[in-house]
Design a binder for this molecule. Structure first.
Ligand code: SF4
Length: 322
């Protein structure tokens, strides 16, 4: 059986609040395989970003890792010291944060920011670091002179490319992108997505992409997971999910995408619940048009439906329609 490059096991990422723990990511297990593009979709607040921040140990108080494991090269990343984890971060596991184009320091030139980042994760000299930075800028289609510019001299799309170059300059094995091209116009979104896909081929990257925009997933992902209320409710090959969504929430998400065939996109009724108080039973039941009695009390498990499809819904029971 194929071994995953990285495996997330029952990860729970919570936030301490005066009302109790907000259970943002609440028991997620996923296997990501080498060289694939894996998408994570769902409404805002479903736990996608906290899942990625948890995997990368980027949580800051009041956020914390409640439990779970992330296995990479046979080791649980949560058992590594900060120093040990720093050797992997960037060099092997990289990250493009949400709103990355605004994460550059406005008072430092691109050169300083890239070289600092490279030096803090490698033992190379400053000259070598500059060479690495120049090659990385070239690989994302930016001219050499960008290295001498301040962020405010670059367009939003170019700033984001600098961030992509910074995240990939050490040729990591896997990159997690949290809404990596959000907030750009559609032309720049497409160009920057193409840049990430080009890097995937060039340096053999595995890409995990968090995005609420289903169109991006359709365009670039091989497999995807749909998250709702802190949990994965469906996972499988993108084409199968788009052509035959099994979970009623996935169906709702796809119906909410505008289409030339429908006059109006159809929204999912109700609002997403609070992580302070997830509904009992199936967390989607207050909004589900196929709800049954069992759904209000019993939480469905994520079950294998066929070779690659997993669904957490009482409508399915080991591959048979109920
Ligand atoms: Fe709907 Fe029940 Fe399936 Fe939940 S378990 S998605 S409420 S049918």
């Amino acid at each position: 059986m194929k071994e995953p490059l990285i495996e997330i096991r029952d990860l729970r990422v919570y936030f301490r609040t005066i009302y109790g723990d907000a259970r943002s990511t609440d028991g997620v297990s996923l296997k990501i395989f080498e060289n694939e593009v894996f998408g994570i979709a769902g409404e805002s607040g479903c736990g996608k970003s906290t899942l990625v921040e948890g995997v990368l140990r980027l949580m800051k108080p009041p956020g914390y890792i409640k439990s779970g494991e992330v296995i990479y090269k046979g080791k649980n990343l949560f058992e590594l010291t900060e120093e040990e984890f720093n050797k992997i971060r960037w060099k092997e596991i990289a990250y493009i944060p949400q709103g990355s184009m605004n994460s550059l320091n406005p008072v430092l030139k691109v050169e300083e920011q890239m070289i600092d980042a490279i030096l803090s994760h490698t033992d190379t000299s400053k000259e070598e670091a500059k060479q690495i930075a120049l090659e990385a800028l070239d690989s994302v289609g930016l001219p050499e002179d960008v290295i001498n510019m301040y962020p405010h001299e670059l367009s939003g799309g170019m700033r984001q490319r600098v961030c992509i170059a910074m995240s990939t300059c050490l040729k990591p094995k896997i990159i997690f992108g949290d809404e990596p091209v959000t907030a750009l116009d559609v032309v720049m979104q497409k160009l920057n997505l193409q840049t990430i896909m080009h890097l995937k081929e060039k340096i053999g990257l595995t890409v995990v992409m968090v995005a609420h925009d289903m169109a991006w997933h359709a365009e670039v992902c091989d497999r995807m997971a749909i998250m709702y209320a802190g949990k994965v409710v469906e996972t499988g090959p993108v084409e199968e999910i788009f052509l035959n969504p099994l979970h009623p929430y996935t169906e709702g998400l796809l119906n909410a995408v505008p289409s030339l065939k429908r006059k109006f996109a159809k929204s999912i009724p109700g609002i997403a619940p609070s992580p302070l108080n997830w509904p009992p039973g199936c967390r989607f039941h207050p909004r589900c048009y196929r709800k049954m009695n069992i759904c209000e009390n019993e939480e469905p498990e994520l079950k294998l439906i066929d070779s690659e499809r997993y669904v957490a819904c009482h409508l399915y029971n080991g591959g048979n329609w109920k």
